[in-house]
Design a protein around this ligand. Structure first.
Ligand SMILES: *[C@@H]1O[C@H](CO)[C@@H](O)[C@H](O)[C@H]1NC(C)=O
Ligand SMILES: *[C@@H]1O[C@H](CO)[C@@H](O)[C@H](O)[C@H]1NC(C)=O
Ligand SMILES: *[C@@H]1O[C@H](CO)[C@@H](O)[C@H](O)[C@H]1NC(C)=O
Ligand SMILES: *[C@@H]1O[C@H](CO)[C@@H](O)[C@H](O)[C@H]1NC(C)=O
Length: 344
């Protein structure tokens, strides 16, 4: 009975050959059988205008003009040249503040902002180097300017430029912050802008910056297409912004971007007509001029209107909130330092 093994061997050979043939053909079947012309068409149709298509006829609005429309040539009274002198920060945080809110600034410094200069966030061991900078123009009241100077002697975290500090000049203030980066902090990796009444859960925000592709992109509370109010208290003068929709932008409560992008924005800024609406101007109009994109925070990651309870920031997904006064800031920080307060 010696033929049985031979049959078996033959069977095996046939099986192996069949398998080889099958895998050969499978490998040749493309995953998505499409004709190449179709593919090219789909690609070209897929390079769309970034933003609401009804802005397409007004594309030119987002191209820098030839003339300098408003200068960014203000000198610095407090130049903050020491802030990045010996180290390159990973993140520089501009906190927008008004002169007389000393207590609110102190709350930022002692709570979420205390991680500046290499300090750790409670419960974490490594923090990249973060710098907090409060930005100012010049106040009419010289006593308030003197307060700012004294505060800077103590904390060394203030930059003040020579323009009138007013609500109308908010965009100018932020852009002078960007300009300061290009002069005195060129090697920081990221820049963030936020307000004195915002609370930022920095470890979560840093994780976002790390996980997203931030190349030429702005991270924040995203608005793709927003109608421009032509009546009511939020009415925008056509002289300031003539279109009926805002470009994609991030809300002023908090936005972060690579410092390289901020430098590009500074370069084009004074070739545009000045807009007082800081977030739309900087993260929308100017960002569009340098073809930037946006990375959006999830709606579950921020409170836009609601004031948070202390534990809502230390437990759960919230990364940022505004409307946080000094008292609430300390209370909230306390829950980060003593997580047991929020268990159960
Ligand atoms: C730019 O400036 C030049 C010289 O001052 C002027 O002739 C021209 O009209 C300006 N262009 C625009 C678009 O304002
Ligand atoms: C800034 O530029 C404007 C216009 O280009 C000029 O009139 C002004 O004198 C400059 N200011 C300073 C401080 O250099
Ligand atoms: C910044 O200001 C300090 C103090 O006024 C001054 O000594 C220094 O030269 C300034 N640095 C630059 C780069 O302007
Ligand atoms: C800033 O704002 C004030 C008042 O809103 C205004 O008078 C001033 O011209 C603005 N610009 C500068 C560069 O200070």
């Amino acid at each position: 009975m010696r033929f049985l093994p031979r049959v078996l061997v033959l069977c095996l050979v046939v099986m192996i050959l069949t398998l080889k043939l099958m895998t050969y053909y499978w490998a040749r079947i493309p995953e998505f059988p499409v004709s190449s012309t179709e593919n090219t068409f789909a690609l070209s149709a897929k390079i769309p205008f970034y933003g609401n298509p009804s802005l397409i006829p007004y594309k030119e609005f987002f191209v820098p003009g030839q003339n300098t429309t408003f200068p960014l040539n203000y000198s610095f009274h407090l130049n903050g040249s020491h802030i990045c002198k010996d180290q390159d920060p990973y993140l520089v945080i501009f906190v927008l503040s008004v002169h007389d809110q000393t207590a609110q600034r102190e709350a930022v410094r002692r709570t979420w902002g205390s991680v500046a200069n290499g300090n750790h966030w409670p419960g974490t061991t490594i923090m990249p180097l973060i710098k907090i900078v409060f930005l100012f123009g010049v106040h009419d009241d010289e006593i308030l300017n003197a307060i700012i100077r004294t505060e800077n002697e103590i904390h060394q975290d203030i930059v003040q430029a020579n323009f009138v500090d007013s609500y109308d000049n908010l965009s100018l203030k932020v852009l002078m912050g960007f300009k300061w980066m290009t002069l005195h902090c060129t090697r920081a990796k990221f820049l963030m802008k936020t307000d004195e009444d915002s609370f930022i859960v920095l470890p979560k925000l840093l994780k976002k910056l790390e996980s997203a592709s931030m190349d030429n992109s702005i991270l924040g509370v995203y608005s793709f297409s927003e109608g421009v109010a032509n009546s009511g208290k939020n009415k925008i003068d056509k002289n300031e912004y003539p279109l009926s929709l805002f470009p994609p932008h991030c809300k002023g409560i908090m936005y972060a971007m690579p410092s390289k992008l901020a430098a590009n924005i500074v370069t084009v800024a004074n070739h545009f007509k000045y807009m007082r609406i800081e977030d739309v101007f900087i993260t929308g109009v100017l960002a569009k001029a340098v073809d930037a994109r946006h990375v959006q925070l999830e709606e579950s990651e921020y409170y836009k209107y609601k004031t948070p309870k202390p534990c809502e920031l230390s437990n759960g997904p919230i990364i940022l909130s505004h409307g946080v006064n000094a008292v609430l800031m300390y209370q909230t920080w306390n829950t980060f330092q003593n997580p047991i307060m929020c268990s159960s």
